[in-house]
Design a protein. Structure first.
Length: 247
């Protein structure tokens, strides 16, 4: 009995020690008045997300791409603005843990992980090596998904890039470059669309966005995607509410 009590006390101590935001607001962003594109900004101790689907909040908190989350389809159909602040200059890793706790408290989120062997794409180095601009200043990851043809990422790991393109590709993407740094990343597919849309004979042609992404990554970043199978930890949502509790 004494051993069980010690284990229970230790578990409670661990839960109590989990970091939490000092102040946090989660507000619904209804489609009728949803201006602009989704944004996510991370600075030391502060997390700001605008116009983000609930599934994105979960994927950012658990650092996984959307295609590795199994849950109700409406996770992509409810949108929120999040403003949260820690009581100290928390790191990106700490902010992710804080957001997990916030989602559990406000949405009643519970989940578990399952290992599954799935088709994936591996990000590897193309011939000639990477064409990446290393971040020269301190800072945490910031994503600016301005439109479907342009992605700007600041202080991004290549795992961040892999997660970002996984949803466009429709399967998990893993980073196998071995590059540990943070980079200023820009991928612009608009020139390829303009070129293909004209067609060689001047007539419109159907644009294959997948091929454009593969081409853009290789030409602009010096990276390529290779198809393979790998074990992936999938997040399975056991329970989540559509409406968060009050701020």
């Amino acid at each position: 009995m004494k051993t069980k009590f010690i284990l229970l006390f230790s578990a409670c101590a661990v839960l109590a020690a989990q970091p939490a935001f000092e102040a946090a607001s989660i507000r619904a962003n209804n489609e009728a008045d949803r201006p602009g594109t989704p944004t996510a900004k991370v600075t030391p101790g502060v997390l700001t997300m605008h116009n983000q689907a609930l599934v994105y909040l979960i994927q950012w908190a658990y650092d996984v791409p959307r295609v590795e989350i199994e849950g109700p389809s409406w996770l992509r159909e409810v949108w929120f603005d999040v403003e949260a602040k820690a009581d100290h200059p928390a790191t990106e890793t700490e902010l992710r843990l804080m957001l997990r706790k916030l989602l559990e408290a406000r949405f009643g989120l519970t989940l578990h992980r399952e290992a599954r062997v799935l088709p994936v794409y591996a990000v590897t180095l193309a011939k000639g090596g990477p064409k990446l601009e290393e971040a020269t200043t301190e800072g945490d990851f910031t994503l600016e998904h301005t439109n479907s043809l342009m992605v700007l990422a600041h202080h991004a790991r290549l795992t961040d890039l892999a997660e970002g393109i996984a949803d466009e590709i429709g399967r998990p993407v893993v980073d196998e470059t071995g590059l540990p740094g943070r980079y200023e990343i820009q991928v612009n597919l608009a020139p390829y669309v303009t070129k293909l849309a004209r067609g060689e004979d001047g007539n419109p042609v159907q644009v294959d966005m997948m091929s454009l992404l593969f081409t853009g990554l290789q030409e602009q970043l010096g990276l390529k995607l290779e198809s393979k199978k790998a074990s992936v930890d999938v997040l399975v949502i056991d329970h989540v509410e559509k409406t968060p509790t009050g701020n």
